[in-house]
Write a protein that binds this ligand. Structure first.
Ligand code: EPZ
Length: 425
């Protein structure tokens, strides 16, 4: 398995362009199953998870044609309505095809997505929402078997809140099913993430009638059919945030281009509290951290617009070298602290208990051999290694390739001493 060798202590300099959002691309591709004609997506990130979602579409009779960062989808046939385990187990967002398939084809089977290291990943809200639209749901041999009533799905008033609040992909799944339901659907306690808004706006461009996306109450008036259309994926706010933290951690000067700072306000407020100098335009962020030692800051992760759980591991890496003690509370995935254990090998002073990490900042981390465990934890280890004195070796970097496009090449271009090492075998 490949690994990264990173020699820390060298500030990054220059500018880096943000790619399209992984967490918008995955449900957008799923929603293209609803179209009667071809769709063309642009600004698509070239990621393993996107390739997996495209493979799932291919098994469902969708032809896909790539041209650089553009992909054209066209439903050719609907003989197969099963999203297979071997693909969905690789990428949980494969479950996003459930709503569109059910609405468009009336019946489908989707493998139950596995859990992952960040915690148990239930889908009870997805199923509750689809049953509220009239679907019959059963579990058969590890597959969700969903069947719409004879006349099709029927609009309803749906409360989609769970013990952790709203669910991003459950909102996207139910919204993507309700667009073809008879009558009106209201989703109460909908997720407000920008990726949900991107999916809603794409569906409206196809002819859907969705209002309120981005607020906790979304109203969908069902239509008979949806046409294909062209769509550009929003920038990846988590990738942008990752680069901001990396620049701050290695005292760099970096401009992040093609991002949406207006999607990152809670994150930017934490950076302000940590005294990281960040200036912004409508589509870029500039960090000048040359003389920075960040200040500690308490962080709580919550659904959007609050601080995103997908930035928690990264901000922990910055807190690890900050002045003072930061308390990081993870309200979405209470076990999502795998990166902390690895950072302690680099000299970080982190204590994790009951969904909280208490981080006592140290003056410097030391390079070490560490292991990536999930997508955002591996990004946090890259940040910690960039700040550390000496060389770090990060193994299992296939995790990072799932969500960050060629991150080694792109970061090397702004001066990070990072090298991809071939696997031992
Ligand atoms: C999305 O996952 C993102 N993935 C995740 O990003 C992100 O961490 C998460 O939202 C939270 O922001 C995609 O959009 C593809 P949830 P999702 O349903 O939709 C509980 C990354 O690193 N829940 O919003 O699966 C759940 O356990 C990934 O890019 C239920 O209880 O997350 C969690 O505690 C990791 N029942 C909370 O809700 C359900 O049916 C939020 O989960 C669904 C979720």
């Amino acid at each position: 398995m490949e690994s990264f060798s990173i020699i820390g202590g060298k500030p990054v300099q220059g500018s880096i362009a943000v790619r399209g959002s992984k967490n918008a691309t995955l449900p957008l591709l799923a929603a293209s199953l609803l179209a009667d004609g071809p769709c063309e997506f642009s600004n698509v990130p070239l990621l393993r998870d996107v390739q997996t979602q495209v493979k799932i579409l291919n098994t469902l009779g969708v032809e896909t044609v790539w041209q650089g960062r553009r992909v054209r989808t066209q439903v050719i046939d609907s003989y197969n309505n099963t999203a297979p385990y071997e693909l969905v187990k690789q990428m949980r967002a494969g479950v996003c095809v459930l709503g569109p398939l059910l609405a468009k084809r009336g019946e489908c089977k989707v493998s139950l997505p596995g859990g992952c290291v960040i915690g148990e990943r239930p889908i009870d809200l997805h199923l509750r929402g689809l049953e509220a639209l009239g679907a019959e749901i059963s579990m058969e041999h590890g597959y969700i078997h969903a069947k719409a009533p004879k006349g099709g799905l029927v609009g309803n008033e749906i409360y989609l809140g769970g013990k952790f609040g709203s669910s991003v992909t459950a909102t996207e799944n139910v919204m993507s099913a309700a667009v073809l339901a008879r009558g009106t659907t209201t989703i109460e306690c909908a997720a407000c993430e920008p990726e949900v808004v991107d999916v809603a706006q794409f569906l409206n461009a196809m002819g859907a009638r969705i209002e309120g996306a981005g607020s906790p109450r979304i109203t969908i008036r069902g239509v008979k059919r949806l046409r294909g259309c062209a769509w550009s994926v929003i920038p990846d706010r988590i990738e942008a945030a990752t680069f901001v933290v990396l620049a701050a951690a290695c005292r760099g000067q970096l401009t992040i281009k093609g991002c949406r700072p207006d999607h990152m306000l809670a994150f930017l407020d934490v950076l302000r509290q940590m005294q990281v100098p960040v200036s912004r335009s409508a589509s870029s962020l500039t960090i000048d951290a040359r003389s920075l030692r960040p200040a500690a800051c308490d962080v709580v992760t919550l659904p959007y617009p609050a601080f995103p759980t997908d930035c928690q591991a990264q901000i922990m890496a910055l807190a690890a070298i900050a002045k003072g003690t930061s308390v990081i509370t993870e309200r979405i995935y209470p076990e999502r602290f795998m990166a902390g254990a690895e950072m302690k090998r680099m000299g970080a002073d982190i204590r994790v208990a009951n969904g909280q990490a208490v981080v006592n900042g140290v003056s410097a981390l030391q390079g070490a051999e560490v292991m990536a465990s999930d997508l955002r934890a591996s990004a946090a280890l890259v940040i910690a290694a960039a700040a550390a004195k000496g060389e770090s070796l990060i193994s299992r970097i296939y995790h990072i390739d799932r969500g960050y496009e060629r991150i080694d090449e792109r970061l090397a271009k702004v001066g990070l001493a990072i090298r991809r090492c071939p696997g031992a075998g």
